[in-house]
Design a protein around this ligand. Structure first.
Ligand code: ZN
Length: 203
């Protein structure tokens, strides 16, 4: 793995939050390899769909083999059921699925170097509630970056909606989240609404 280090000039913004006299270098690492999403590929393909993007999850309906005797639903999806080890199958989250902030954390002053320019950065754990008679909740939460005008106003229980990268990067960052009702001009840069998940929808 070829690595090249160059010391950073003291004026570089990377020193801004340092509380001691640190040495910071710019490390260039060149790695190239072929990554397969394997059994998760349908999920990645779904969030790469731009204006036609879809959120897929997997379900194991072998209820009799589960502790709670109920089907189990996973998003981010799992190819195999962690309780009964059977292969799961794919389903699509309908457009009127509710997405609700269960808990979240915001990095205000300091984040990984790749997020330095985007502070504050909020990561939320989001609960999906299906629009069926029982308001079935998926059995896993999905982690996502929430883009909001004022992170201090974000709270548990808020409804959020997915937005999708216009030029997909073919990874999990192709989906981000905004508060229900967010105007298009307040979307994160480079993200669009999918016709399958309206951001302005009223519940
Ligand atoms: Zn199972």
């Amino acid at each position: 793995m070829p690595v090249k280090d160059t010391i950073l000039n003291r004026q570089d913004k990377a020193y801004r939050h340092a509380r001691t006299d640190v040495v910071i270098v710019q490390r260039e690492v060149h790695i190239k390899y072929k990554k397969s999403y394997g059994g998760m590929s349908p999920y990645i393909r779904g969030i790469m769909g731009r204006e036609h993007a879809r959120l897929l999850y997997t379900i194991c309906d072998k209820a009799e083999d589960h502790d709670d005797l109920k089907p189990l639903r996973f998003q981010v999806p799992r190819a195999d059921c962690p309780e009964c080890y059977a292969p799961t199958h794919w389903q699509e989250l309908p457009g009127d699925t509710r997405f609700i902030v269960e808990t979240f954390s915001t990095a205000v002053d300091l984040a990984g170097i790749s997020f330095m320019d985007q502070l504050p950065v909020t990561v939320a754990w989001i609960k999906a509630v299906l629009p069926d008679d029982e308001n079935t909740e998926l059995d896993t939460l999905v982690a996502g970056m929430v883009h909001s005008e004022d992170y201090k106003k974000l709270k548990k229980g808020d409804d959020v909606r997915p937005v999708f990268r216009k030029n997909p990067a073919s990874n999990a960052s192709d989906v981000m989240w905004v508060l229900l009702g967010t105007a298009v001009e307040k979307f994160p840069s480079g993200y669009v609404e999918s016709k399958n998940y309206r951001v302005q929808k009223n519940f």
